[in-house]
Design a protein around this ligand. Structure first.
Ligand code: NDP
Length: 335
C-alpha cells in the first residue's frame, strides 16, 4: 500500500541538532527515514553518506537545493538552519512541492512566518514545526492536567528555561541578532511560552516583559542575555517566566484549585522528572524526536495538519515579538 510507504526526509543544515538528535532519531522512525542531506560544507558529505547510506543523487548544497523538486526520494524537507534562514528554505522547499518541517523558532519575525505559511498553502504542502515536546509523555500530561482541569482550574503557572552557554563554546550565530532574531527568548524562552500556552490550552491576551541585567557583555552585546516576562490569560491567570543564556533553569509548573504539578527538567531531551500534589509522575523518557517525526510524517501521508502546524509557529512568533515589544518599552503591558 503506497499510502504506508516510509517518507524520505532531507535534513537541511548538518549542525549540532541534525547530527546529534535528528539523524540518530531517523534510524528509529517507522514512517520516515533519512533520504537526503542539504549542506554548505562539502567536508561533511562523505561521513554522512557512509554513515547513513545516502546516495550521491540525494546530496544537495544551498545553491542547487531547488533541484530537489525533481527528486522522488524526498517527500519532506526538514529545515535545521540558523533561525533567520528558516523562511528562505521553507519557502524554497514549498515551491519544490515538498512537505516541510521547520525548526523552532519558526522565523525571526511575524512577516516571515506568514510568508512561510502562505507559500506552503499556495503549493499544497504541509508545514509543521519541530516542537518535539508535544510528542513526549511528561509534557503531554501537563497539557492534560491543565486543559482538562484534572486538579480544577489553573491559578498560576511558572515556566523557566535557561542554559548557561557562556560556560560552553557557543554557536556564534546564536549571539548574532541578524541570524538568531534575538537571544535566550528565541532559543530557550520559546519553550516556556509554549509550556504556559499548552498548560492553559489558549493564547495569552497580554504580555509584559523586562530584560535582565547583562553580566556577560563579551557575549551579549547584540542579543539579550536574559529576559523575564508574564503572560496574562483570559480569566486573569498569569504565567511567570524567565529565560537566560547565563544560568540554568528548566521547569514547567502550575498551581490549580485542588492541586499542583511541577516538571523539572521539563524541556531537556533526557531525564525529565515530574511531581504532582498526588505523587511522582512516572513516565518513560523516550526518544521524542522519533515520535515527533513519525507523527508528522503520518499526518503528511494523510494530507492532514500536524498537531504542531505552521499556524502554531506563527502564533508563537506573535507572542515572542509582543514580549520583545514590551521589554523594549520598559515593561509596558502589550495586548
Ligand atoms: P548549529 O550551529 O549547530 O548548526 C547550524 C547549521 O546550519 C550549520 O552546521 C550549517 O550546516 C548550517 N548553516 C548554514 N548557514 C549558516 C550560517 N550562516 N551560520 C551558521 N550555520 C549555518 O545549530 P543547531 O543545529 O543547534 O540549530 C539549528 C536550528 O535548530 C535552530 O533553528 C535551532 O533553534 C534549532 N534547534 C532545535 C532544537 C530542538 O530541540 N527542537 C535543539 C537545537 C536546535 P552545514 O555546514 O551543513 O551547511
Amino acid at each position: 500500500n503506497n499510502n504506508r510507504k516510509q517518507l524520505g526526509i532531507a535534513l537541511v543544515g548538518l549542525g549540532g541538532y541534525s547530527t546529534n538528535q535528528l539523524a540518530p532519531a531517523l534510524q528509529e522512525t517507522e514512517n520516515c527515514y533519512l533520504a537526503g542531506i542539504v549542506t554548505g560544507t562539502p567536508s561533511k558529505i562523505d561521513d554522512w553518506k557512509k554513515k547513513y547510506d545516502i546516495p550521491d543523487k540525494n546530496v544537495y548544497n544551498y545553491e542547487n537545493f531547488d533541484e530537489i523538486a525533481n527528486n522522488d526520494d524526498i517527500d519532506i524537507v526538514y529545515v535545521v538552519l540558523p533561525n533567520a534562514l528558516h523562511a528562505e528554505y521553507v519557502i524554497r522547499a514549498a515551491k519544490a512541492k515538498k512537505h516541510v518541517i521547520c525548526e523552532k523558532p519558526m522565523a525571526t519575525n511575524v512577516e516571515d512566518a506568514k510568508r512561510m505559511l502562505d507559500a506552503c498553502n499556495e503549493n499544497g504542502v504541509q508545514l509543521a514545526i519541530g516542537y518535539r515536546l508535544h510528542f513526549e509523555p511528561y509534557n503531554k500530561r501537563v497539557m492534560e492536567l491543565g486543559q482538562q482541569q484534572v486538579f480544577g482550574k489553573v491559578k498560576s503557572i511558572t515556566a523557566n528555561n535557561s542554559s548557561d552557554m557562556t560556560s560552553k563554546k557557543p554557536n556564534l550565530w546564536r549571539l548574532d541578532k541578524e541570524l538568531a532574531g534575538g537571544g535566550s527568548l528565541m532559543d530557550l524562552g520559546i519553550y516556556a511560552v509554549q509550556g504556559a500556552v499548552y498548560t492553559m490550552g489558549e493564547k495569552p491576551v497580554a504580555v509584559a516583559a523586562k530584560y535582565g541585567e547583562v553580566t556577560k557583555p563579551t557575549f551579549f552585546h547584540d542579543v539579550e542575555q536574559s529576559i523575564n516576562w508574564e503572560l496574562e490569560f483570559e480569566d486573569g491567570v498569569k504565567a511567570k517566566s524567565n529565560s537566560s543564556y547565563a544560568e540554568e533553569q528548566n521547569e514547567l509548573s502550575a498551581e490549580a484549585e485542588n492541586g499542583w504539578w511541577n516538571v523539572s527538567p521539563a524541556y531537556a531531551y533526557e531525564g525529565k522528572k515530574g511531581e504532582t500534589s498526588e505523587g511522582e509522575m512516572d513516565y518513560p523518557n523516550i526518544f521524542e524526536q522519533v515520535n515527533q517525526m513519525d507523527s508528522q510524517a503520518e499526518s503528511f501521508r494523510n494530507s492532514e495538519k500536524s498537531i504542531v502546524p505552521g499556524e502554531m509557529g506563527l502564533r508563537d512568533m506573535k507572542i515572542l515579538m509582543a514580549i520583545y515589544e514590551s521589554a523594549n518599552a520598559g515593561g509596558e503591558r502589550v495586548v
